[in-house]
Design a protein around this ligand. Structure first.
Ligand code: SF4
Ligand code: SF4
Length: 501
C-alpha cells in the first residue's frame, strides 16, 4: 500500500495506485495534485505555495516568518466537533479571524476553563491547508454496520443532497438524493430516511407553538431553534432570549426520537438495537448529539461520507437512484428548503397560512422572493387574515448582533437564525471548495434546494401524507403530550462558561 497526500487540502489516501480519474473527496483536486508518501510537514513549503495563492498571497511571507504569535483559534481536546492536525497548521490565523468576526465568538481564555466553541466548523471551510477537520466518526459507524448486530438507520439532511455531488463530478447544486440513498444502502445501512421529513415535523410543531404564542399573547419574536450552533450561542451570550427560542428540537433531534419510538413500534424492533446516523452538512450537530439529546447516536458530515464512499470504492456518480424508505421517506418542498437561508421561514409561512386561513396559499403565492437572497438580514411583512406578521431571516451571528442592537429584533414576530452563511448549505461539514469561491458554491447549493422545492408535488409540510399518519397513529396533534415528550426541549443559561475558571 502506498500513501498519497493531497497537496491542496492534506487528505491522505492509501492505495496500491492512484487512478487517473481520482478526485480528492475533500477538496476536489485532481490526481496531479497528489504527492506520494512524504509526510505532510516535510512538504510544507510546496503546500504553502499551492494553497496560499488564492487565499493569502499578500500575507505569505509574513506567515512563514512569523512563528512567535499564536494566531490559531483554540480548540479543546474535548471538542466534539472539530480537530486540528497540528503538523499541517501554518498559523495563518484565518480560523481565528472567521471565529471572531463571522461567528462572533469572543472570550477571555484567562477566565474560561475551556475555549468557547459552538461547533459550527466555519473555521474548517476557511483553513487554507486542511489542518482543521470535522471530528471523524465514519470508521466507527462502518464497524457497527459490519458487525451486523444492530439495525443501522441513516437520515440525510436537505443540504447534503445538493453538495456531495461536488466530490463526485456531478454538477454543482445537482440533487443527488436518489444516488445517496443507493450509496448508503451499498455501505450497508438497513434503512435510509429523509431528514426533510423531520423538517416537516418541525414545521408543524413550530407553527403550532407560534399560533399558541399569538393566542396566549406570549412573548414575541419566536426564534427558530433548529441550528444547534445558534442555540448554544444564545445560551452563552444571550440567555435573556431563551424564552423566545422555540422549544422545538431540531429536525434531526425530532426524527431520531420518532425512529426510536414510533418506527420501532411499527416494525416491532427493540429501540436498543437501533443506531441512528445523521448525515449532515453540519459539525455542530455532533455537539447536539452529545449535549442536547439522547437519540442521535452518530453524526457523520457530508465530507466524512465522501471519504467513506471513496474508501469503499462506491461511485456515487454512476449509481441508479433509489427511494427513501417509507414511514419517514416523504417530504415536502418546504422541508427540503430547511437547508438554505430563508427556507425555514418560508415553510413556516406556508403552514401558518393554512392553519389560520383553513386553505393553502395559491401556487404563485408560495415563494417569498424577498427571503431568498443572500443579504445578511432579510425582512418581510406577511398579511394573514387580520394579522400583519413581521418576519426576519438572519444568517451569520455577526448579522444577528446587528438585529439585536437597540432591541431592533422586538419589531418582529418570527426570526429565523442560522449560524452559517447561506444556512446549512454553508455548513462546516460540507465539501471543501476553494476559499475564494465559497459564496459561489453556497449559492449554487441553495439554488439546487429551491429547484427541488419547485419540482416537489407537495410543497407544504402539512400536506406530507406520512407525517399525517404519524400524527393520526401516534402523536395525535402538534403540541400534544406525546409531542412534548419526544419533540420539544428546554434550554439553560450557560453564560457562566465565560467565567468558570
Ligand atoms: S486556518 Fe488552518 S492553517 Fe491557519 S491557523 Fe487556523 S488551523 Fe492553522
Ligand atoms: S446553519 Fe446549519 S450547518 Fe450551520 S451550524 Fe447551523 S445547523 Fe449546522
Amino acid at each position: 500500500m502506498k500513501k498519497y497526500i493531497c497537496t491542496i487540502c492534506g487528505y491522505i489516501f492509501e492505495s496500491e495506485e492512484i487512478k487517473e480519474d481520482f478526485i480528492c473527496p475533500m477538496c476536489n483536486a485532481t490526481k496531479d495534485k497528489f504527492n506520494e508518501s512524504e509526510p505532510i510537514y516535510d512538504n510544507l513549503d510546496s503546500i504553502i505555495d499551492s494553497v496560499l495563492e488564492d487565499a493569502l498571497s499578500d500575507k505569505k511571507s509574513k506567515i512563514i516568518n512569523d512563528t512567535l504569535e499564536d494566531k490559531k483559534v483554540r480548540i479543546s481536546d474535548n471538542n466534539y466537533c472539530i480537530s486540528r492536525i497540528v503538523e499541517k497548521c501554518i498559523n495563518c490565523g484565518q480560523c481565528k479571524n472567521t471565529c471572531e468576526n463571522k461567528v462572533n465568538i469572543s472570550y477571555d481564555l484567562n477566565k474560561c476553563k475551556e475555549p468557547i466553541c459552538i461547533g459550527c466548523g466555519q473555521c474548517i471551510l476557511n483553513c487554507p491547508t486542511g489542518a482543521l477537520i470535522p471530528k471523524y466518526c465514519y470508521k466507527d459507524v462502518k464497524q457497527i454496520i459490519d458487525a451486523n448486530e444492530k439495525i443501522v438507520v441513516a437520515l440525510i439532511s436537505p443540504a447534503v443532497r445538493v453538495a456531495i455531488g461536488e466530490n463526485f463530478g456531478l454538477e454543482n447544486g445537482e440533487n443527488a438524493e436518489g444516488k445517496l440513498v443507493a450509496a448508503l444502502k451499498k455501505v450497508g445501512f438497513d434503512y435510509v430516511f429523509d431528514t426533510a421529513f423531520g423538517a416537516d415535523l418541525t414545521i408543524l410543531e413550530e407553527v403550532a407553538e407560534f399560533a399558541s404564542r399569538l393566542t396566549n399573547k406570549k412573548s414575541f419574536p419566536q426564534f427558530t431553534s433548529c441550528c444547534p450552533a445558534w442555540v448554544k450561542y444564545a445560551e452563552i451570550y444571550h440567555p435573556e432570549l431563551l424564552d423566545n427560542l422555540s422549544s422545538c428540537k431540531s429536525p434531526i433531534g425530532m426524527q431520531c426520537a420518532i425512529i426510536k419510538s414510533y418506527f420501532c413500534e411499527q416494525k416491532g424492533f427493540d429501540p436498543n438495537k437501533i443506531v441512528t446516523v445523521a448525515i449532515t452538512p453540519c459539525t455542530a450537530k455532533k455537539m447536539e448529539a452529545r449535549e442536547y439529546t439522547i437519540n442521535i447516536d452518530y453524526v457523520m458530515t457530508c465530507s466524512e461520507l465522501s471519504i467513506l464512499l471513496k474508501e469503499e470504492n462506491i461511485k456515487l456518480e454512476s449509481l441508479i437512484d433509489e427511494k427513501f424508505d417509507s414511514i419517514m421517506g416523504e417530504s415536502s418542498g418546504g422541508g427540503v428548503m430547511f437547508g438554505t437561508t430563508g427556507g425555514v421561514c418560508e415553510s413556516v409561512i406556508r403552514t401558518l397560512y393554512r392553519i389560520m386561513m383553513k386553505t393553502n396559499l395559491k401556487k404563485d403565492e408560495l415563494v417569498f422572493t424577498s427571503l431568498r437572497n443572500y443579504d445578511g438580514i432579510k425582512t418581510a411583512t406577511i398579511n394573514i387574515g387580520e394579522y400583519k406578521l413581521r418576519v426576519a431571516v438572519v444568517h451569520q451571528l455577526s448579522n444577528l448582533e446587528e438585529l439585536l442592537k437597540n432591541k431592533e429584533y422586538k419589531k418582529y414576530h418570527f426570526i429565523e437564525v442560522m449560524n452559517c452563511q447561506g444556512g446549512c448549505v454553508g455548513g462546516g461539514g460540507q465539501p471543501l471548495c476553494p476559499i475564494k469561491d465559497l459564496d459561489k458554491y453556497r449559492e449554487e447549493r441553495s439554488k439546487g434546494l429551491f429547484n427541488i422545492d419547485k419540482q416537489r408535488a407537495k410543497r407544504c409540510a402539512h400536506d406530507n401524507d406520512e407525517l399525517k399518519k404519524l400524527y393520526k397513529n401516534y402523536l395525535h396533534q402538534p403540541l400534544s403530550e406525546e409531542s412534548f415528550k419526544l419533540l420539544h426541549t428546554t434550554y439553560s443559561d450557560k453564560h457562566y462558561l465565560l467565567e468558570d475558571k
